[in-house]
Unconditional design. Structure first.
Length: 115
């Protein structure tokens, strides 16, 4: 026989308590470092600077692609990796083809070739 479990929900702190805890955490942080990280005080979001030598991400090498490489073992961003895997083009050639604008789920073409 199994023991009965207490399924009562743990109460969540109210908004005031959450704001107070957030202020405590912020007080322990270096605001200059938060600025380096790209902390948005209003939205409470970090946007890591791509050019930062430790925290940054390399840009995707595909021309006209504005995304970053998020997986270190891949030669380009995930979106371009997917397009390349379906293109049948050699990697060196694919990296020379500018990324087109996608319309309605269909890939655009550049020079008559789907990209």
């Amino acid at each position: 026989m199994t023991a009965a479990r207490n399924t009562a929900a743990v109460p969540r702190p109210g908004r005031a308590a959450a704001e107070e805890r957030f202020a405590e955490i912020l007080g322990a942080l270096d605001t200059d470092f938060l600025d380096v990280l790209g902390w948005d005080w209003e939205r409470r979001v970090l946007t890591y600077p791509r050019e930062h030598p430790v925290l940054g991400l390399p840009d995707c090498p595909v021309p006209n692609c504005t995304l970053a490489i998020t997986v270190a073992t891949l030669p380009m961003c995930r979106g371009c990796m997917e397009r390349w895997s379906k293109s049948g083009v050699a990697l060196e050639e694919f990296l020379l083809i500018p990324k087109g604008v996608s319309r309605g789920g269909r890939a655009a073409s550049v020079c008559g070739r789907a990209v």
